[in-house]
Write a protein that binds this ligand. Sequence first.
Ligand SMILES: [Zn+2]
Length: 363
Amino acid sequence: MPAPDARSSDARTAGRPPDDVPGSSSGSRTMHGVPPRRSSTAPTYLGIDLGATKIEVVVTGADLTPLSRARAATPARGGPPAVITAIEAAVAEALATAPHGRLVAAGIGVPGHVDRATGAVARSPNIRGWTASYPLQAELETRLGVPVAVDNDVRTALLGEHRLGAAAPYHDVLAVWFGTGVGGALLLDGMIRRGRLDACGEIGHACATPGGRRCACGRRGCLEAYAGRSSMERRARERVDKGDKTTLFTLMRKAARTRLTSGVIARALDQGDLLANELINDAVRAAGPVIASAVNILDVDAVVIGGGLGTRLGQPFSRRIHRAMQPHLLHDGRASVTVLSAGLGDLSGALGGVVLASERAPG
Ligand SMILES: [Zn+2]
């Protein structure tokens, strides 16, 4: 058995991401109030959420209870090799502060198209420099020495929310993830759906306004063109160039950021910034009819709202989206679909990675 004081290092670091990366704010000693536990032989799982701006890593026990975590900034240069190195460092940090269990498997969610047969990631538009196929699964298995399951980031997060989070009571769930872009995923009868082209759930490119704003995908009027953080930043810069006043970029510089992060947008909203308010109003206005239409088609039990921006803006954002959906829902009022905020917060993706690992692990 470990010495009783062996938890002291966990007490300093478990549940507390480094302060110098985007979105770091938690000062809590443990995750979700669960104290770290030690076991020298118990199996442990590793979950990784690779995002456009940050990498989130969590280590759990066999019961999928978080034991430790680490966070790192996603490298802005160097493409997949730099990303792998950053993942490896964050994993080492998380394992160093976790009880000494036996790591049996890892799972990772990636914002891109994943070849599930090989675990290669074809391209990842939101990660700079990831422009060609990269054998992520093979590379991570070599570095970590355990089987690694790779899947799309929003599907992984939805799996986490369904097995461990807010979506647990529901069979049929649509996830809408507001982050750098707008991602989506669909779970029916408890199973993630993939579709003929592996494109099931891409709600970010559903049309909110025919002929509307240009989207990063090249089309016009997509939900992402109104509700993705990159698009919001582009529009904010255009407005500033035209002479509009906003605290958004002052807050960004104060936070030593080069992008309008979710935290910066949330702070500007709190301060009553008119432009930030307008951007979020536009996002909600675009999201209402698009998500309501998806619900009318799919008849799901619940919609779960998450992602960096969705998590940061929390339940008030989900409630506003639900209200914006109402006029477009075929079954409104008491029969209306449930709209939830992601219950695992920033850890939906990483804990989804743990679920992937545990469900695909041999034996
Ligand atoms: Zn689009």
